[in-house]
Design a protein around this ligand. Sequence first.
Ligand SMILES: [Fe+2]
Length: 280
Amino acid sequence: MKIREITPFIGAEFTGVTYEDLTRPEVFQELVDRLHRHELVVVRELDITPEQQISLAARLGRPVPFVIQKYRHPEYPEIMISSNEVKNEKPLGVARVGNFWHQDSTFVADPAPYTMLHGVNVPQTSGHTLYASALDLYDRLPQEWKDKLAGRTGVHTVGKRLRIRPEHVGLSVAEFRALIDIEHPKVEHPLVPTDPFTGRPYLYGSREYMDSVPGFDHNENEEFFSLVDELLADEDHVYTHRWTPKDLVVWKTRTTFHQATAVEPGVSRTVHRVSIDAGE
Ligand SMILES: [Fe+2]
């Protein structure tokens, strides 16, 4: 078994680890410690079944079934299938998820703290996942912005990213917007929380899942979002995960920004995702 830090700002990678190794408490504890210290853990080429993925997830917390029933794994509701594959003319799972910088589910009041992906069928030439640390991003903010953000909150929404579904046909834009506010009420979170594991401040929120910072005018909001966009675009502070088959990737949702990249045309890709809530 080998463990290395992937970059100075995010990620630890385990290689040569089997499921049996991970059932040993001291090995799993090492993984948990690394996750808490480095925000993201990659276990390369871990050959596991869906049941084993769920049981690993259950040791971090409580695996929660995905909200949309039709994208749940037919036998394992805790697994959401993220896939562009079609079987018997039916999509196997959700295609095109998270292709913009975000922290997971910030638009709900209490987002699950961990996300775990298993690369069931992954191309190595595209469909990479980009990761950036929200702690590192906060550190890189100019001091005047740190001062400006201190003590503030952010208003989060899924509204910018919600897809139009067949049942919305015929609604006016105003009606559709009103419906979003009813079905997905906006939530407010502190903008600079402290990570309990590292004791470091981090930035919670970015353009696509945020409405605004209360107290900022339109220009200040736009400056804030642009600054965050700019910091996220700095490749020296981004880890690109190039998938190898069977990789297991786990991250702390609050302190990890990530983004999916496109899969080249004609190439299939299926990943099993488990969202993990805090324990009892
Ligand atoms: Fe995500």
